[in-house]
Ligand binder design. Structure first.
Ligand code: FES
Length: 95
């Protein structure tokens, strides 16, 4: 596979190559990203069902509302991040 800059997205500071037609989850898995940080309910984000049911793979795309990584096609230049940062989770812990 010939990867060019136009076939990459970003998981935090990592550059993640992808193939045309791949989902975000497939691209991240192939690059060795298994943990998706904190997600809804304070659970560890990860890939589980692969069909959009469990919501364990939610990620933020370009700082917007969460999407299911297992259903969302990868697109060049996407900037992906966990739904909740460690910092935001800590802010809610004492309330
Ligand atoms: S892995 Fe279950 S919704 Fe994506």
């Amino acid at each position: 596979m010939n990867l060019t800059e136009s076939q990459c997205l970003y998981w935090e500071s990592l550059v993640i190559p992808f193939r045309t037609g791949e989902t975000i989850a497939a691209a991240l898995c192939r690059s060795g990203v298994a943990s998706l940080g904190n997600t809804v309910g304070g659970l560890q984000g990860r890939f589980f069902c692969g069909i959009g049911t469990c919501q364990a793979c939610l990620v933020s795309v370009n700082g917007a509302s969460p999407v299911e990584a297992c259903l969302t096609p990868a697109s060049a230049g996407m900037r992906l991040s966990p739904v909740f940062s460690d910092e935001s989770r800590c802010q809610g812990a004492g309330q």
